[in-house]
Design a protein around this ligand. Structure first.
Ligand code: 6GU
Length: 278
């Protein structure tokens, strides 16, 4: 997979030299280039922003440096524009984007070329997005409902979430199967030695060696935890994936399967989001 990141703070992305993603780059599994938008400024002050038409607070990023920088990224594309096959994806981090989820990460991990355009200030001149649609599949993406100062931190998160799903990047791919969000539920709690720590024992079932009971206990904890912390995820579960034991645990947390959906019993039933749970 090829990844290009364009930013006025390329040093921000130096964390991508480290850890798993850094190793994947060294191994040639990921080819990642970070470029400085200012290198594509057209004046001697290397200006990349200007005042907004229509007035208002802050500055807007000028279109031409972006078009030049994105054009340079296109030239690095594994396929040229007239070749058949997919267009590169242009991810535009923005609190006004579609929410980036594990499903998005899985989808983007299958693509050959991702380009990330890190905006700063009040954003990028909207005509850059229109122009880009002629060359890219454009995906404005948000990490969630809060505001960051620029796209760089969001790109670090997205590149890590996507990069670890690229075959070969994670040594033990089985660890991808049992993690949070892989099955629409949050992960079960984990423990290691010692078995008794500061008067707190590890749950006995985990020491039993009984694989069936351990799997059931973990599944129950996943369901309870998800019900307590993320009712939105419980409501989105497909009942076809829930066995009798799952339904009993959910019933205890105030949820019922009816009409092919998982429904909250009533507004007072179930744990409130944020209530303490193991
Ligand atoms: Cl992707 N960018 C910015 N600037 N703020 C955000 C975000 C992205 N996601 C949440 N807040």
């Amino acid at each position: 997979m090829r990844i290009d990141v364009v930013s006025i703070f390329p040093e921000y992305l130096s964390a991508l030299d480290l850890s798993l993603i850094g190793k994947a780059r060294q191994q040639g599994l990921l080819e990642l280039t970070v470029t400085d938008l200012r290198g594509f400024a057209t004046d001697r002050h290397r200006t990349v922003d200007d005042t907004p038409y229509g007035g208002g607070a802050g500055m807007v990023m000028k279109p031409e440096p972006w078009a030049l920088a994105l054009g340079a990224a296109l030239e690095r594309s594994p396929r040229t524009a007239d070749e058949p096959g997919e267009r590169p994806v242009l991810v535009v981090p923005s609190p006004a984007g579609e929410v980036f989820t594990q499903a998005t990460a899985r989808e983007l991990a299958l693509r050959e070329h991702l380009v990330f355009a890190c905006g700063r200030y009040e954003g990028i001149d909207e005509r850059v997005v229109d122009w880009s649609r002629e060359h890219f599949e454009v995906r404005p993406m948000s990490l969630g409902d809060y505001v960051l100062n620029g796209g760089e931190v969001a790109v670090l998160a997205m590149v890590e979430a996507i990069g670890r799903l690229v075959p070969g990047v994670i040594g033990n791919p089985e660890s991808l199967v049992e993690e949070s969000h892989s099955d629409g539920l949050l992960e079960y709690p984990v423990y290691t030695k010692p078995a008794l720590w500061r008067e707190r024992p590890v749950p006995e079932v985990l020491l039993s060696g009984h694989h069936g009971r351990i799997a059931r206990w973990r599944r129950d904890r996943q369901l309870q935890r998800t019900a307590a912390r993320r009712p939105d995820l419980v409501a989105a579960l497909d009942p076809a994936g829930l066995d009798r034991a799952d339904r009993a645990v959910l019933a205890g947390a105030g949820w019922t399967v009816a009409g092919g959906r998982v429904l909250r019993d009533d507004t007072t039933g179930g744990d409130a989001p944020g209530s303490p749970v193991a």
